[in-house]
Design a protein around this ligand. Structure first.
Ligand code: GRF
Length: 222
């Protein structure tokens, strides 16, 4: 992987995770080259964040394509103009098909707001509250064909307050995401964390367990 890892960030919405990358690259804490921010929605606020920082942007609306495969092919064509080493899905609300995932195998990261393998899919915060779980958090993982099922890299966890709402919980989880996602991407960008044969490898050793970081109720690393 190049010394300065060329990174494409894919978004669909507000882009608070994107902002956490921008902030750390700006301060020099994160050694990634943010080459392009791609959105499937022209009104995604994350595009504004990118433009304000001078990062190139690209947008292809999925609604203009007859099926997932043709949209995915168009996205590959666009992204390849930037020769990305790494793709960071940051609130990108489209499922990417097998051809896309295999094309960029081992180079796509996602963040999912749950302690995977618990709660893949949507509405994770309410599901955690309904189940009365003690812990909740977010997981950065490599993307494979299995939705929210790829090998995990890093998890941030915190205790659930059973009296809080799903919105409050989401807000706290996002504060954790903004810390763990750039860190995990930095591990991959530097080559310390790698995807090999369907598993995560850390510093040259295969592992089934992600790095787990614990945060206090205010979102500060414990
Ligand atoms: C994040 O909470 C992430 O877990 C999920 O989508 C959300 C994106 O939020 N995949 P933002 O657009 O980064 O603010």
């Amino acid at each position: 992987m190049a010394t300065r890892c060329k990174t494409a960030i894919l978004i669909s919405g507000s882009g608070t995770n994107l902002q956490s990358f921008i902030d750390r690259v700006t301060t020099g804490e994160l050694a990634l080259d943010l080459s392009v921010v791609f959105s499937n929605k022209p009104d995604a606020h994350g595009l504004v964040r990118a433009k304000q920082t001078g990062i190139p942007t690209a947008c292809i609306e999925h609604g203009n394509f007859p099926d997932r495969e043709s949209f995915d092919r168009a996205v590959i064509e666009e992204l390849d103009r930037w020769s990305p080493d790494l793709l960071v899905l940051a609130g990108f609300m489209r499922i990417l098909g097998p051809a896309f995932v295999n094309y960029y195998e081992g180079r796509i990261l996602n963040i999912h707001p749950a302690l995977l393998p618990k709660y893949p899919g949507l509405n994770t915060h309410q599901r955690v509250l309904d189940a009365g779980d003690e812990w909740h958090g977010s997981t950065v993982h490599f993307v494979t064909e299995e939705l929210d099922g790829g090998p995990r890299i890093l998890q941030g966890r915190m205790r659930v307050d059973p009296s809080e709402s799903a919105d409050e919980l989401q807000c706290r989880v996002q504060a954790v995401e903004h810390q763990i996602y750039p860190e995990a991407a930095g591990l991959v960008g530097s080559g310390r964390a790698q995807f090999r044969e369907g598993k995560t490898w850390f510093d040259g050793a295969e592992t089934d367990e992600p790095v787990i970081q614990t945060f206090d109720t205010a979102g500060v690393r414990a």
